[in-house]
Design a protein. Sequence first.
Length: 70
Amino acid sequence: QRGDPVVVRRAITPVDQVAVGVRGQFRHQRYAAQMSRSAISRQLKPEALTNLDAVTQQFEHLVERLQSIS
């Protein structure tokens, strides 16, 4: 399991599901999805994303991909 990050969306879902969004490199590359609540391995509040070191430690597998985008 890679644990790629998703964002929570506002949508009506079954009680055991969470509405999520997957973002691409560009704004038009957004995809709506649902995932099982049991598949959630961790939660980050938006303010936690300001500490780049903490984010890169939690998502090491994404660091190289993110650097290629910026």
